[in-house]
Design a protein around this ligand. Sequence first.
Ligand code: NAI
Ligand code: 15L
Length: 268
Amino acid sequence: PTPRTLLLTGAAGGMGTLMRGLLPRYGYALRLLDLVPIPDEPDAITADLADRGALREAVRGVDAVLHLAGISLEAPFEQILRANIEGTYNLYEAARAEGVRRIVFASSNHAVGFTPLPVGGEPLIPVDTPHRPDTYYGLSKAFGEDLASLYWDRHGIETVSVRIGSCFPEPTTVRMLSIWLSPADAARLFHAALTAEHVGHTVVYGSSANTRLRWDLSPARALGYEPRDDSEPYAAQLIAARGETAPDDPDRTLLGGRFCTDPPMRQH
Ligand code: NAI
Ligand code: 15L
């Protein structure tokens, strides 16, 4: 059955804003939470993931949580520790205490960023490839996946950890051609992750059905996800504008691309 009330953390962010627009059409009543106020959303909860009392109240009575909140790029370890590691722990503890049964966790390709990209006819990267985080940021996502595993085994809270590729309205780099997750497909995937039965703790890659896909999308499809988008129509123009990536460029050799060598830092 479709969960009715969904807590959306990180609702002020890029994906949170996109999902606020898309998820209501799947029948969800959204409760919004973010560190920063959300314009024109007077009922949104403005709270830090460090505030355990606020999280208890925020999850009380919801059917499920879509956990997008956190630092979404590389940052000093202490900041990642507080927002992503302790913050995700605080969310799971609140969910356990309030009896929430399902969480969808926004993991990232950067949990496995140092995984070499397959060449030629090599198999697609499976979801059970070992964690190889490329940053403290990716490390926090690996932690979040393991935390989800613990809370399933110990407390029966089900999680789908979605290793999101790049979710933006359009792909803007050549690397993104293989890992793009269109916003509409993101909503489809989150809906599948929220409604599939008996997921326990399931890890999936989150992308559209890109022609240049390098990872295995079948675990996501097994949840009932049917992607409709492909980045390929953007390819010719992007490559013409930016040039083909050099063969030894980390964007060509490693799943996490330049996060492995020169990660973009959070600016604020
Ligand atoms: P974003 O940076 O635009 O949004 C994150 C939101 O979390 C922000 O509104 C921020 O205020 C909030 N936040 C940060 N720390 C918080 C705290 N301590 N307490 C409460 N709220 C806090 O990021 P975006 O792009 O929307 O990503 C959403 C999630 O998906 C993030 O967890 C990110 O790591 C993950 N992800 C996103 C990808 C993408 O392509 N957009 C790719 C892979 C993972
Ligand atoms: C991520 O995990 C980031 O949150 C997002 O901003 C993008 O940089 C994405 O990965 C990516 O790999 O392109």
